[in-house]
Structures are given as structure tokens and as C-alpha cells.
Design a binder for this molecule. Structure first.
Ligand SMILES: [Fe+2]
Length: 198
């Protein structure tokens, strides 16, 4: 049985998002790793008598997608904040793909930021579907509801309140979105895209 180890992230001082917020947020991420592992261990134990434990197994399996999503989504989010802000280079394959599909980078950017304002807790994502060679924007409720099947995450923007309320209050949601993009290391997104297209 596989279990997972929480990753560590080297995140520099950010615009708008405090060090304290990142520290607390990483603790939440570590909780998702812990409970992903916990579910896997419990499923392994209960599966020894699957018939007797059918109800518990079903409920744990249902929660697995939530914990797994919380682990993977945060890994994408924090990795984008590593290494300091870096522009999306003019000749990058990701920029070319965004422009081809959405008309211009700015057109995509406006659309993505509008999705991030969706009411509720969840994630705004840019994903890549290798089968059709297309980028898709997504809103994911909680950690798992609305994940686009068989796609790779290129950008994951955490829109749970814990990601921004400590620094921005609830009325500062829009500024948090702007600041996330001021802090993003686009070379990480480019790398995600390059790897997804391989
Ligand atoms: Fe989060």
C-alpha cells in the first residue's frame, strides 16, 4: 500500500499574502496528506472483511477523493509560489496555446479571474487534456467536485476562505486573486504544461 509524505515548499516573501498565512495554510495541506494516508490504511484494514465493513468502506472511499484532492491541489498551488514571481515568457508553449485557444492571453486571464470569483469554497484551475490537446478552465467545489477527468493541472488557485481571509478579509477576494498572479512563478506553470504534453 502506498502512503504519501507531505512536500516542503520554499516560498519567498509574497505580495499581499503573509508568511503567517502561508505557514497556517501549509499545516492544512499537511492535514490532507495525513488523512489521505489514514483513509488508505483504514481501507486496507477494513477490506479484510469487505462484506462486514461494506458501509464503512463505502464512506471512506467517498471521502478519499476529498482528501486526495486537498493534497494534490495544494501541491500545485504552493509550487506555483516557489522561486519568486516570474512572467510567462513571450515564446513559451503555454502562452502560445492559451492565445490559440482563447484569442489572447488577456482574454483567458479575464475569464480565469472571473471564474475565481465563483461563490463558494473551491478552486479555479487551468487544466490540460492531452487526448484532445486542449486547455480547459474549471471551477472545483471543495477539493474534488468538478475535477476534470483525465486532465493535468497547470494552475490551481485556492479559493477557500482560509487562503485569503486572514490577510484580505472576505471583501478582499478580488485583490487576493490579483496578488496570486503577482506572486506566481510562471515557469512552474510552463513546466506543468510541458510535462502534461509529453
Ligand atoms: Fe487551501
Amino acid at each position: 500500500m502506498n502512503t504519501f509524505t507531505a512536500k516542503t515548499f520554499t516560498i519567498p516573501e509574497l505580495t499581499g499574502i503573509s508568511k503567517k498565512n502561508i505557514e497556517e495554510h501549509i499545516k492544512l495541506y499537511e492535514g490532507y496528506v495525513k488523512f489521505t494516508n489514514h483513509i488508505l490504511v483504514r481501507i486496507d484494514e477494513l477490506a479484510k472483511d469487505a462484506e462486514k465493513n461494506a458501509y464503512e468502506l463505502g464512506e471512506l472511499q467517498r471521502r478519499f477523493g476529498f482528501e486526495w484532492g486537498g493534497m494534490k491541489n495544494h501541491e500545485c498551488y504552493f509550487s506555483l509560489l516557489e522561486g519568486g514571481p516570474n512572467e510567462l515568457s513571450a515564446d513559451s508553449a503555454l502562452r502560445a496555446k492559451i492565445t490559440e485557444q482563447f484569442g489572447s492571453f488577456d482574454a483567458w486571464f479575464a475569464r480565469f479571474k472571473a471564474i475565481a470569483l465563483t461563490r463558494g469554497i473551491g478552486w479555479t484551475m487551468l487544466c490540460y487534456d492531452k487526448a484532445t490537446d486542449t486547455l480547459e478552465n474549471a471551477w472545483v467545489d471543495e477539493q474534488h467536485l468538478g475535477q476534470l477527468a483525465n486532465t493535468d493541472q497547470i494552475i490551481a488557485l485556492d479559493m477557500w476562505e482560509h487562503a485569503y481571509v486572514g490577510d484580505y478579509w472576505s471583501s478582499g477576494k478580488k485583490q487576493y486573486i490579483e496578488d496570486f498572479f503577482k506572486n506566481i512563478n510562471w515557469s512552474v506553470a510552463e513546466k506543468n504544461f510541458t510535462e502534461a504534453t509529453k
